[in-house]
Design a protein around this ligand. Structure first.
Ligand code: ZN
Length: 134
């Protein structure tokens, strides 16, 4: 990926993971550029198919584009950072991220956004007044 495209993606995301909103400055693991729709599914390397992702979200997402809704067990697409509005699908309850929609629920579950160590990190940032970032 060329440097100009990478810079644009970081700026557009304001240096935060576009799934869990973690700021890079608060996370020891380096953030990565994610193909929203993975190349294996025909997703291009382009700004409208790219987002900034923390290491954890990107690792758990892999090349997946959907999963089973934990509530209904229906096959549901993951949150698409370029097509969906974050606030429509997610809601913070303290350091826990809740899915407001099937898309939100599958994304929180598959990306393991509420794993214990991630909740603990956000708890500390909330105490410092540094989270959520916007
Ligand atoms: Zn994340």
């Amino acid at each position: 990926m060329d440097a100009a495209l990478t810079r644009l993606i970081w700026q557009r995301a304001m240096d935060c993971c576009e799934y869990c909103q973690m700021p890079q400055v608060a996370d020891d693991a380096s953030f990565e550029i994610d193909h929203v729709i993975a190349r294996k599914h025909g997703g291009p390397t382009a700004t409208n198919n790219s987002c900034l992702s923390c290491y954890y979200c990107n690792s758990f997402k892999g090349s997946d584009i959907g999963s089973l809704d934990p509530k209904t067990r229906k096959l549901t697409p993951l949150f698409n950072t370029r097509r969906h509005k974050w606030a429509r699908h997610f809601l913070w309850q303290g350091a826990y991220l809740l899915g407001r929609t099937p898309v939100g629920r599958v994304t929180v579950a598959l990306l393991r956004i509420n794993d214990e160590y991630r909740v603990e990190l956000r708890d500390g940032l909330i105490e410092e007044g540094a989270f959520p970032p916007r």
